[in-house]
Ligand binder design. Structure first.
Ligand SMILES: [Zn+2]
Length: 301
């Protein structure tokens, strides 16, 4: 699809939400702890209701976008937000100061992506002094849990440097014991205030799962483990929408965001305490922008 419509923040013109909004009650893996056993091929559970949206990830332009209503589970993850100022990129701390809150970290990521897409990167923290300072330890301000696709390198996409991002990557950003343990390490030991789940247009992992869903033929070998973990998102997207690849990609980011506090007590506790935020983004290959589609925590998108 070719379009000249400029990319815009779809949250600004969102239509009223019409889809189911309660999430936690419908999580199939609502039991605490790690229960990541792949689902049987014929009975894939539905993980998270699909957000109402229509995105054209090929062009990078959201179409009639309707963002999901923020997490409304009857737990403290969506604690009332104080009448704080709306988070904007301007809240990001200046050079040399590490973002300390979910809002600051989120703003810093947005600012970096804006520099990247504007062909005006600052390449912060690429210098020798930064490298030397990091020999004493690390204090990354965001976990980026992204697809492993070579076209979505987090430090470039968010214009960050050494020691800024704690990057965890699996094909299709699938959650497994080791990837979850890696995220938990940053959250628990490095006090990282934000987790950004980053999917992307034309994701091969999601496309392979859509193919398996449509043909009934599952891949062999270790790739099967990826498809098993993406399949609930594809099943949901097809049950609640057209189930296009774009819809499946958006749904899978949305589902990953909402699964994290279910399978990680450390993440859930910090969300409750307001010291951690989780944001889901879809990266558009065509223009380099990251579109926010889902979030948990006491900060605004
Ligand atoms: Zn991918």
């Amino acid at each position: 699809m070719t379009t000249t419509t400029p990319f815009h923040d779809a949250t600004a013109d969102a239509a009223p939400q019409t889809q189911p909004t309660t999430v936690v009650e419908q999580q199939p893996t609502a039991t605490p702890g790690l229960d990541l056993t792949p689902a049987p091929p014929a009975t894939y559970p539905v993980a998270v209701p699909a957000p109402a949206r229509a995105l054209d990830l090929t062009s990078g332009v959201p179409v009639a976008y309707q963002p999901p209503v923020a997490h409304q589970a009857p737990v403290a993850h969506q604690a009332p937000v104080a009448p704080a100022p709306v988070v904007a990129p301007s809240v990001a701390p200046g050079p040399g100061r590490r973002p300390r809150t979910p809002a600051e970290a989120y703003a810093a990521l947005l600012e970096g992506n804006s520099r990247f897409t504007g062909n005006a990167p600052h390449y912060p923290n690429h210098h020798t002094a930064r490298r030397d300072a990091l020999t004493q330890g690390q204090e990354p301000f965001a976990v980026v849990f992204s697809c492993a696709d070579s076209r979505v390198p987090p430090e470039l996409v968010f214009d960050r440097g050494l020691g800024d991002l704690f990057v965890v990557r699996t094909a299709g950003h699938v959650i497994g014991p080791t990837s979850l343990g890696t995220i938990d390490y940053a959250v628990e030991n490095l006090d990282t205030p934000l987790i950004a789940v980053v999917g992307h247009a034309s994701c091969g992992a999601v496309a392979a799962t859509v193919g398996a869903h449509e043909t009934g033929r599952l891949p062999d070998g270790n790739i099967r483990a990826l498809v098993d973990r993406v399949m609930p998102s594809v099943t949901t997207a097809k049950a609640e929408g057209d189930g296009t690849l774009d819809e499946c990609i958006v749904q899978h980011v949305h589902a990953t965001v909402h699964q994290l506090p279910v399978v990680s007590p450390a993440i859930a506790q910090r969300l409750d305490a307001g010291t951690l935020g989780v944001v889901g983004m879809v990266y558009h290959l065509s223009n380099g922008r990251t579109e926010v589609i889902s979030h948990l925590g006491d900060f605004r998108i």
